[in-house]
Design a protein around this ligand. Structure first.
Ligand code: SF4
Length: 326
């Protein structure tokens, strides 16, 4: 049986946080032993919304690669590369753009949602509408058949399948129709109780040192009914308890009881959480520090990944051209 080809891309937004580790990054680490993995840094995608300020693009790419490696991705097992190093994607995107009806793009639900959400940026551009076609090219340039996604990304995978079908119908069978693999992410709340996200500024970065982690945990939202140490609390509405479920699962009952019966104060409860999070990231921090001391290492990894991906992409593009007769 052919091995699965698994593809996922990450926009280089800088340092990774706990939300990533328990979400897509955790899945990527699991996948690395289960198929041929293509994990790329989606720098062209980053430009679709952040084309006006590219100051940190390169440093963000470097940070992200090093964070991936420190978290456990092994470049000997997976292909790690940068999207913009693979111009074959761009050419395939062009052919797909020729055959994708405008209506297919306009009905992608995330398009209108994001236009409304990103009202502080001028994203009324050609490629902001067309970026699902670029995603289709990212996926099909390596003939990936599995794409781990969140539920909101499923329409993009459906669009990729439609594009593949249309190409195959017009020019002859070439592309596989990839499957979206739904990821059961553990939702990690940030320090303000909302979903942990860089854009909300409520995150704990994987590289945060223990004093920084402590400071952030101390700011976390608790049960507002616990105004004093003697007030009993409800752990289920406390952001701190939500994270204890992940980091202190062995002590959960005791922590809940201490809260409900006011056996300890929130500061003590938070101290425990901060030390649990800091301990869980100790190995990551050490590895990340070592990697950071090797100048240029991230670029070497991207170069090596590219050398493995490029022959595949070139062959797919050659076959696509042959079928189009171009
Ligand atoms: S004791 Fe802990 S779980 Fe309870 S409200 Fe305070 S911080 Fe939250």
């Amino acid at each position: 049986m052919a091995r699965d080809r698994i593809l996922t891309g990450y926009r280089p937004t800088g340092r990774l946080h706990l939300g990533h580790l328990h979400g897509n990054l955790g899945r990527m680490i699991d996948f690395q032993d289960r198929g041929d993995c293509f994990f790329f840094i989606a720098d062209w995608h980053a430009l679709t919304t952040d084309y006006q300020d590219t100051t940190y693009l390169k440093s963000n790419i470097e940070e992200m690669v090093l964070d991936w490696l420190a978290a456990g991705l092994d470049p000997q097992k997976v292909n790690i590369y940068r999207q913009s190093d693979l111009p074959e994607v761009c050419e395939l995107f062009l052919y797909f753009s020729m055959i994708t009806p405008l209506g297919w793009l306009e009905r992608v639900p995330t398009y209108k949602e994001q236009l409304a959400q990103l009202n502080n940026k001028d994203v009324n551009t050609h490629l902001f509408l067309g970026y699902p076609v670029l995603q289709a090219a990212d996926i099909l340039i390596v003939q990936a058949n599995k794409v781990p996604v969140g539920e909101d990304q499923l329409p993009h995978i459906e669009l990729t399948r439609e594009i593949a079908r249309r190409f195959n119908y017009l020019y002859g069978q070439l592309f596989v129709e990839p499957e979206g693999v739904l990821s059961q992410f553990t939702k990690i709340v940030g320090t303000d109780g909302r979903k942990m996200s860089k854009s909300y500024g409520n995150y704990i970065a994987l590289t945060d040192e223990p004093p920084v982690i402590r400071e952030k945990v101390m700011e976390m939202i608790t049960d507002p009914a616990r105004r004093t140490r003697k007030d009993p609390g409800n752990p289920e509405i406390s952001t701190v308890f939500h994270l204890h479920k992940i980091y202190s699962a062995d002590l959960l009952e005791e922590i809940a009881e201490n809260c409900r019966e006011a056996k300890w104060g929130c500061v003590q409860c938070k101290e425990l959480l901060a030390s649990r999070i800091a301990d869980s990231l100790a190995e990551f921090r050490e590895k990340r520090k070592e990697l950071g001391e090797k100048p240029g290492f991230a670029w070497e990894v991207l170069e090596e990944g590219l050398s493995k991906v490029r022959p595949i992409a070139r062959e797919v593009l050659r076959e696509a051209r042959e079928r189009i007769r171009i």
